[in-house]
Design a protein around this ligand. Structure first.
Ligand SMILES: NC(=O)c1ccc[n+]([C@@H]2O[C@H](COP(=O)([O-])OP(=O)(O)OC[C@H]3O[C@@H](n4cnc5c(N)ncnc54)[C@H](O)[C@@H]3O)[C@@H](O)[C@H]2O)c1
Length: 343
């Protein structure tokens, strides 16, 4: 792949993925509306072409000369649907489908969609695979399954569509976010030495480090198209299906003296699912996990320490996606549809 457009390049996954692609001599163009500007640690120095634009406003001409798209931009987690479920539908579903249709028209050859294992919701089966019934519990999860289903219909011999159902991501990335389960426990451990858990610790989650996921996206650009075209593929590692209490154990081991309080309530997040990654392993037998939980948590805690992450950072919620968007709206920088206001 010569030229790859990464939407959402300035987000949590994108800010790790882009340098990884550049390292492999892939030419990258980023497209992002730039909602999140706070970097954990030193500012990024990687140089590549960046388009600052809302995905809903993309035009066919933006896509000329692009060989493949890795589509990350989205309102990117479950509680974000709380701002306004229609916005999640507009950006995540309609925005993605419009982008894919324009891409196909513009002659883009490959389209990789960043979906999510959260569409499995509470798994009724012991282990869910790509053929299991889905149970999307939130506007976010609903937008992901609807997008997968429509993208599937666009796949043909000239337009390869890969549907990556990703595990929940963890680990250090320049555009860090603290609203993902592992990262959230890590920031509370560092800032307060106290973690409140809104469950009894038993829910299962499939987890993956952001650097492992970036390598996987890169492999998806290179794999023979027939192997992935029109396919939903769960992305993760079988031994990284972990219970919340396993994650806490690792965090407590790294931050000694950290107290964990189980509140027993489930909060809004009632997900629990164990996922099979057999198809992924079959397609990519050469990919091995490089960042298991313990290694990644240690590394993240080091980064948080170097950045002097404090209780004030926690309270300011500057790494929390929903809070940042809410603040930008309260300050009238974004309108109610999440478009930047003209100054
Ligand atoms: N982080 C995870 O655990 C995880 C798991 C599975 C799937 N995913 C999916 O991967 C993708 C990236 O996730 P992330 O964690 O990097 O999220 P993120 O919120 O850090 O990044 C999303 C990026 O998209 C941009 N964006 C949002 N709306 C936009 C719009 N209308 N136009 C242009 N840009 C827009 C934001 O500015 C941001 O830079 C998302 O689609 C998310 O649903 C994430």
């Amino acid at each position: 792949m010569k030229k790859v457009l990464v939407t959402g390049d300035r987000g949590y996954i994108g800010s790790t993925l882009v340098p990884a692609l550049l390292k492999k001599d892939i030419s990258v163009i980023g497209l992002d509306t730039n909602f999140f500007t706070k970097v954990l640690g030193n500012p990024q120095t990687v140089k590549y072409k960046k388009i600052t634009k809302d995905i809903r406003k993309i035009e066919e001409k933006d896509l000329y000369g692009i060989d493949a798209i890795i589509h990350l931009s989205a309102l990117s987690n479950d509680p974000m649907g709380d701002i306004n479920p229609k916005l999640t539908e507009d950006i995540n579903y309609k925005g993605s489908i419009r982008l894919a249709r324009l891409a196909k028209k513009a002659g883009v050859k490959r389209f990789l969609f960043s979906s999510s294992c959260s569409i499995y919701g509470i798994g009724k089966q012991k282990i869910v695979d790509e053929k299991s019934p889905v149970n999307p519990l939130t506007a976010y999860a609903k937008s992901k399954i609807k997008t997968e289903n429509t993208l599937f219909t666009l796949a043909d011999s000239d337009f390869c569509v890969g549907l990556l159902r990703n595990s929940t991501v963890y680990g250090y990335s320049p555009k860090f976010r603290d609203d993902l389960v592992v990262n959230n426990f890590a920031v509370h451990a560092v800032a307060e030495k106290n973690i409140k858990v809104l469950s009894d610790g038993t829910p299962w989650r499939p987890l993956i480090d952001v650097r492992d996921l970036s390598d996987i996206f890169e492999k998806f650009l290179r794999i023979e198209k027939n192997k992935i075209n029109g396919k939903v593929i769960n992305i993760g590692f079988n031994d990284n299906n972990l219970q919340v209490k396993d994650v806490l154990e690792v965090v407590q081991k790294t931050i000694r003296g950290c107290i964990v309080e189980y509140t027993g309530e489930h909060g809004i997040d009632t997900r629990s699912y164990k996922v099979s990654f057999a198809l992924f392993e079959k397609l990519f037998p050469e990919i091995k996990q490089k960042w298991p939980l313990e290694k990644s948590v240690k590394d993240l805690i080091r980064h948080l320490g170097e950045a002097k992450f404090s209780k004030i950072d926690l309270e300011n919620k500057k790494y929390t996606r929903l809070a940042v968007l809410q603040k930008l709206m309260d300050k009238h920088k974004l309108d109610k549809n999440l478009y930047w206001k003209k100054l």
